[in-house]
Design a protein around this ligand. Sequence first.
Ligand code: ADP
Ligand code: ADP
Length: 275
Amino acid sequence: MGYLDEEVKRLQSIIDSIEGRVRDLETKQFGSSSKKTTDEIRMLLIGPPGAGKGTQAPKIKEKFNCCHLATGDMLRSQVAKKTTLGREAKKIMDQGGLVSDDIVIGMIKEELDNNPECKGGFILDGFPRTVPQAEGLDAMLKSRNQTLQHAVELQIDDALLVARITGRLVHPASGRSYHTAFNPPKVAMTDDITGEPLVQRSDDNAEALKKRLATYHKQTTPVVSYYKNTGIWKAVDASQEPGQVWNSLLAIFDNDKAKAEAAGSGILNKLAGRS
Ligand code: ADP
Ligand code: ADP
């Protein structure tokens, strides 16, 4: 091998080592490499009943191949099975109150520990709903050496929610939701995917909604402040049509990716003495 070949080989090994070091620095800055930031998602959706959490979450799940954990769906499954917890929870849910923090924290922990889909990350929908739940989640993630990337608030006026909630139809087994006017199923009262019947939730009436909204403003609005203090809070206008809401979510994910890439090139710029 001539001098030139030797020199190219030597420079290549220096470049490989520098690239490895830059990746390490990016990981330190973001908690994961820029690639992983887009591959793995750890986020939550906060919003009043009817904001669109359950409509958007399956799309995020599809994009990132992660798990979608909806405490409302988990509780309704207990109600359907008529377990002791289900019987207790049903009374509270129909009254528009909140099930105890310990119970829902336990449910989320169980899923994060055992649900294989959560290996690709998670979207939490309807959890945390109180500050103690947010603190419980922090403790859980800390013990797993994980951090949250986004706490997305779906913002919408209460006045728009009555029509959304009273027209909502759900497929109990999957949690898929439809709307009699805004997103009707192909065949009336029938799930598009399984052909099974759709139902109206027992708490989806104007009276229970009033109580659920009061509970939301009292107990869950402080959760928004909690995440504003951590710096991962982002807001989306949830009164837009569903496709626009999805675009707003994509913009959040893309911005995250762009930031990670900018940090990567920032490090390279510094190395090159360009900053
Ligand atoms: P929505 O989709 O209308 O916001 P959910 O399906 O998330 O409602 O929740 C339905 C009900 O289940 C709530 O009104 C509450 O009683 C109970 N619930 C769901 N998640 C929680 C939670 N994180 N903490 C306490 N109660 C919860
Ligand atoms: P959440 O899970 O936040 O309680 P859902 O996603 O179940 O809310 O949506 C509540 C109802 O409103 C459903 O019937 C759904 O089809 C409908 N919906 C969801 N997003 C929109 C939207 N952007 N515009 C109009 N209707 C919507």
